[in-house]
Design a protein around this ligand. Sequence first.
Ligand SMILES: [Fe+2]
Length: 327
Amino acid sequence: MATQPFTYSNLSLSDARNDLTTVIEKFKKHKFVEFNNSNPTDEERFSLMFDIGLLLGWKLDYDEPGVPQFTYEETHKFSCGLAKQENRNNQNDVVVAWHLEHPHTRFPQVGALWHMEHKSCAKEAGSTGFIDANVLFNLLSPDDQEFLEHCQIVKTSFFSITENNSIDLQKSVQFDGEDQFITVLGPDGKLVIPAYVKKPVVDHYLTGEKTLKISPKGQYTENEYVGHERLIWFDNRTPTKDEIRHYNRIAEFVYRNVSSNEEIKYFHYWDQGDAILVDVFSLIHCVRGGFNDGERLMKGIWAFPNTSHLSRDPSQQDAFKLFQVRI
Ligand SMILES: [Fe+2]
């Protein structure tokens, strides 16, 4: 199945709220629902997300350091400026790289509502791209799919994990069978940054579908990995060099498909007044250019997994039990 949203045209979010069962059914099946020309008010956006959150176990605020507030406005001023400097800010150029949402945090966002409140650039400019991580997973060979089930990868936020500092990392971590918070020594052997050990494939919390959690950022080669993720455990032990190469080949395959396989992508070409309900647990996404600062204002609401009943250092597995809520 391709990456394809369900689309409503001219339906207000208030009317959508009156038929939440259908909206959530479409959301679970398609992973994203377009509300074209819905022109929501702030109140309508909050109310829709709040009500969906009650049914799906979402939480609309969060207190993890480094995670943005649950409401935000985005103009992509910085990314567009940088792209312009590098002469790659056209409507087919990716200016905000393909990414999973905050994969380096403990409990990344699982849902979002994005509303284009203002748009004055061309319809074709500033489109948002989507790739379903389950579609990506299904491109892998059965052998590679099986291989990934044995893997745990480490994700950091800010700098690349190289061969050198990964050695320090492996010495300093004790595997305890759960996703875990760790610290990584930097390239100078002194800088310490937070990171998490996570699985590269997880079951979707609503549908059980295999969801690939390999970040499409980074560069992978046979012998070296430069990026924010790295294989750290295989079958709960230090991986062999062959296993590291195998993982890197899979990550490279993912990276190449995200970069170049147009068949698995869907682009939303925004009109002012559009809103999209997005399963950011599943959908890798990007923003393309062709617009200037001030020509595009997106208002967003994030939804997080509801971990409020848990201790400060819960296992991710426990957190996702809450998602077993069904309507
Ligand atoms: Fe994003």
